[in-house]
Write a protein that binds this ligand. Sequence first.
Ligand SMILES: O=C(O)CCC(=O)C(=O)O
Length: 149
Amino acid sequence: MFVHQSRINIKQPNGSIVEWHQDWGTYYRVDGILEPRGIMIGVFLDDVTAVNAPVLAVPGSHKDGLVSEAVVDESVPDHEHAAKYRYDITPATMKRLVDEHGLETIEGSAGSIFFMNMAVVHGSSVNISPLKPLSENCLTSFVHSSAHL
Ligand SMILES: O=C(O)CCC(=O)C(=O)O
């Protein structure tokens, strides 16, 4: 097993949304990981509830394989590199997935850990709540790492 990537996701009030995506969408196309044999491990640094922009996930969507599409991002100046792509999921695909599988928030108290298959479709909205427990101007949702099995 190895840790492929790790990061801290900070949910700043009035930050930006995280579009619907599969982590595997990037790992497959950019990193050459051909099978989604990996998991996202999230550790909540704060309480995450329905009101502070939790991750939204489509349970079971990993069984549908790769559903995201590679779209060239015109705002990226250097089009020779992998960063030129966004891996979007179309509204029609999202509707089909949510009709079939539903949509859930991932919530928990600070210190909770969650595990999610790297092919699960997920995203999140902007934190517009006034909750700022960790510092004056930010709310940190979780430490995120992906481990390959
Ligand atoms: O932190 C969030 O709200 C979403 C982050 C996410 O989807 C990701 O890191 O893959």
